[in-house]
Ligand binder design. Sequence first.
Ligand code: AMP
Length: 288
Amino acid sequence: MLVFTKTEELRYFRSSPYFIGKILGFVPTMGALHEGHGSLIAKSKEQADLTICSIFVNPTQFNDQGDLERYPRNTEADLDFLARRGCDIVFLPSVNEVYPPDLDTDLRIDFGKLTEVMESKFRPGHFDGVAQVVKRLLDITSPQKLFLGQKDFQQVAVIKHMIDQTGTGVDVWMCETIREEDGLAMSSRNLLLDEENRKRAPEIYSILQSAKGMYNEGETIPAIEAESNSRLKSAGFKPEYFQIVNGFNLLTPRTSSEENYLVACTAAWAGKVRLIDNIVIKAPKGAN
Ligand code: AMP
């Protein structure tokens, strides 16, 4: 496994004959790697000839300085994890390598409603930072395929939009959410949960599953949202939102029967840790 910390060195290598005729798959991460990240690496290894993974805790997507400082960092263990999974290349840049002072990396893209709903209401500017770093990393690594997790559903929509708007030619693969045995979506932030909240946390997925059940029984979307919000509260969480959206554009569905792709998304505080999760309530035609 090759590890690069310098942008120019990676770029130089990327233009070498080593890559001729090879499909490169890219998995961007912020480290503290777990099986969720592992599944993206596995998907890339299945769908591409070579896999590059970046580990970079991107300061521009944190709207809370404390959150950035608390974010778990575990580089040695991460490199070991990636080597064991057969990752070919790792990019481990410093902030200065990603954002050199003389380079304008601001994107100035209009994301429309995509960045007005859900996460964006509570984390203003977050997706500008996400789109900025992913564009920059795509420019440096030039992959043909990009692997992202469904766990961050809104993030996938925002990144796809950025890719369309900037004409960046890369195929996006959204990979299913990997969960702990008790249903909790794997997340680097789970490491920060205290014992009580770790016990409570799987309830979020149970509530998402119940929401899907209610939908299948013909309950209306506003009723499902209200019920799920109150279940989150009774379970001891502080929910920020529980929303069922059109999976293509993240808009509020007009009527549940008219929409053919519905996703229930939620963010809730479990003690001092903010958790997000989602479930597809109605899959688009052709999806399995
Ligand atoms: P992060 O390191 O949290 O920025 O995540 C890096 C990538 O891994 C993103 O595309 C996430 O959506 C994805 N990811 C994080 N957790 C999971 C999970 N439990 N299952 C699948 N993908 C995940």
